[in-house]
Unconditional design. Sequence first.
Length: 417
Amino acid sequence: MGVAERMRDAEIAALDLVDNHPPGVLDHLVRTAALVTGAAGARINVLTSSAQHTIADSNGAVGRSDIEASLCARVIGTSPTGRHVVPDATVDPRLRDSEWVTSGAVTTYASTELVSSHGVAVGTLCIFAPQPVEVAESTMLALQELGAAAMEALETHRRDVDMQRLLSELAGGSRELRRSNEHLAAFAGQVSHDVQGPLAAVQMSLQLLEEEVATDGEPVQDPDAVAMLMRRAMSGAQRMRATVAGLMDFAVLGGRLEVARLDTGVLVEEVLQDLSARRGRTEVVVEDLPPVHGDGVQVRAVLQNLLANAMKYAVAERPVVRVSGRTVDGVTRVSITDNGPGVPVAQRSRVFDLMVRGDGVSQTGVEGLGIGLATCRRVVESHGGRIGVGEAPGGGADFWFELPDQTDQADQPGAVA
């Protein structure tokens, strides 16, 4: 076994792909790849030294197969660009004796390598067809973008597995940490909760992309729309990866924060994009927002939770959510209001406790676990700020949080155990 194969085996083991369920978003990616390129099929193959592991297939044919017959294993590492195009595999000396080619299942083959953040090619996203077809440069660019999105999903999967392992080790490490199981379980719930928005954005973009290109073999009707949806999916995947990585650092460092001056308007715009699948008919009014000082990943998690909460409880007939902010005496307050049922005065201090939901909202029939607001309080207090809820003008809830403009909280422990 060569050095490249040893490195690939180690990286695949770290990504925890072979014996566990891969991210479900990969199924959308391979179906989209097949539709965008017009290929008969598309696959994501992970290549260990002993086998090819198909972890996603546009036709559902996942599983382990012989590495000797693998087309992907024969081309990986042979191109400096990581892209491979074989218009006719029957005459290509690398591929022509593979059973996939000799059986007539594959004539045209193209792939892009999936390269990890450590620079190791762990596999490929490939397309194939039983007959000769032209693979245009635009097709390869689309395949390359989808391959990059797939790798983002796999890296996020790696960090999620690492987080669960870390939490397990912390929970069993000592009597004191075992007593903090409740906090650790809450933090695990926070990780899952906070990646749902970006994940929903990725899945929705890929579903729309599938619809856009599913034209029964006809040329794509709107290439600009396809490109836009691919960019949106990639952006969501990258934010999902950043969220998980940031929360891992937050736990490992005992709550240290990377404090910087943040453009609140940009953060809100990103969160609204991630929540677009949940937004529905809700009108969201965003006023000019002052900057805040805080950890970018953590503050975005607060905004995501509060905005998602407001969208859930806004009045169904004409749901309206408003985001506003102001700075007074060195403290910036950001308010998110809705026109829903509001929170009774007696419940306003308790709704930020873990697993608690206000009486007013519990009667709406909207599902929830009571994790998001508890998360928001932990994050805001770790920044030296405050969070609360009041009544919005005209009725509804006014959730707000305050952060000091100048802070040295980066060296202080946060509220997550």
